[in-house]
Design a binder for this molecule. Sequence first.
Ligand code: GTQ
Length: 352
Amino acid sequence: MTALGTLEELPLDYRQALTGFNLLPLWPSLRNFLPYGKPIRKTAPVLWRYDDIRPLLLRAGELTPIEKAERRVLVLANPGLGLDAVRATPTIYLGMQLILPGEAAPNHRHTPSAIRFAVEGEGAYTVVEGEKLPMARGDLILTPPKLWHEHGHEGNGPVIWLDALDLPLVHDIEASYCIDGESQPVVNMPDSSQTAYRRAGLLPYTALDAQKRDFPLLRFPWVDVRQALLGYAEGCGPHEPVRLAYINPETGRECLPTLGFSALMLRPGEEVDLPRRSASVVFHVVEGAGEAQIDGTDIRWTEADTFAGPTHADITLRNNNSAAPAFLFSVDDAPMQRSLGIYETFDEPAKA
Ligand code: GTQ
């Protein structure tokens, strides 16, 4: 294979002439953009321990009133991409958000898609387009692109949740912006996870004749997800990952256009090798403790910890408890890769 020409091989006057007209030779950097076989990945396998985040987030509660923050969030930034890149993976933004009793994170809407995954505390809620969605531990709340959303807290003690957004992509394509609004009147009680979409396999009869809706279900209660995982595990083979996808109940497809969400159960003492995928991925621990190996990097995780891995990663997950299952929530960018026609899974470990 012939080595490609370098910049240094080109005469200085030629390089200067190119620069003067805003031109670049492709060939010196062609392999950076089109490496053979596997993308170049700067994303580091990384762990954010909840024990490290929590005291610093509570201190933010003392240092910065909600009015001065709008959203009181510490961003989980991937050091491989540079902390200033404000992202956990190339496409996934993660933040831990704190709300204190009586506080309100005001109503707004924006082009990036977001989700909340409740980590600690009780009594907080998000209102999305007038639908009030309680945030119990482990609940997944969607705030789809351009929908109004605001957060409040009617209980006691701090409430903390994990935010995931497709902000890196939407910002990089210079399409990210926000609009503020008045607080929304609440129109429901309870939310549609308790009414219209109470159970998988059942839909309101009128939905058969109606246009499929983009975001019919905005809250996925953890009690239901956990029970579904335990039930699904009964029918899974010993080496089959016990993993369920969160979906739009009307389309059967992913529930947001860009990010995908799933829940995993690791049986007592279980170790699973996940199939290598082209998507980047984040895991958040709901219950249990164990280890992960991501592209050879060892990670020891426990409850409420969060960890991330790059695209095309080899990932092994292990539950260290031989008596109880462990539960993980996961975010990936498979939907956006699918819409680009580039999502892949691989059977064989990649050749370097
Ligand atoms: O709660 O609406 O972490 O707009 C970043 C941007 C949370 C939110 C974030 C946001 C929000």
